[in-house]
Design a protein around this ligand. Structure first.
Ligand code: THU
Length: 134
């Protein structure tokens, strides 16, 4: 595995420690590799008004945008513990789609490391994106 992959996985796992998840007690971390090789991290931030909470992917995307970057070359998401994969939720698949492409790798991790790699196209086939509005 490439060094950048290892860095991305480690960053996503480390971000789990920054999660604010007092209600679900399910910390999630995300790390984005942008088009210049930069890494942007995020974690889930919950709220007493439950639907107002943010997913980790949304936090990482906000950090990427605020850093002036606009493409997701690769993303790692870390959460859970057992065999069950912590794949991005449906809304986050669409959020990743905005800045990614069908072939964008989504690395699904647990605190122990990488579990599986999907492409965004596998997770969100026949998707609607910015091109549809051109
Ligand atoms: N969560 C994420 O941060 N990303 C996902 O893609 C799946 C779910 C968070 C939301 C909530 O804070 C907790 O996991 C339990 O659903």
């Amino acid at each position: 595995m490439a060094d950048t992959d290892q860095d991305l996985i480690a960053a996503a796992i480390a971000a789990m420690d920054r999660a604010y998840a007092p209600y679900s007690k399910f910390p999630v971390g995300a790390a984005i590799l942008d088009e210049t090789g930069g890494i942007h991290v995020g974690a889930n931030v919950e709220n007493a008004a439950y639907p107002v909470g943010n997913c980790a992917e949304a936090s990482a995307i906000a950090a990427m945008v605020m850093a002036g970057r606009s493409r997701i070359a690769k993303i790692a998401v870390a959460g859970g513990s057992g065999d069950l994969l912590c794949t991005p939720c449906g809304a986050c698949r669409q959020r990743i789609r905005e800045f990614g492409a069908d072939n964008t790798p989504v690395m699904v991790c647990s605190p122990d490391g990488l579990q599986r790699v999907f492409t965004l196209g596998e997770l969100l086939p026949e998707s609607f994106g910015p091109e549809n509005l051109d």
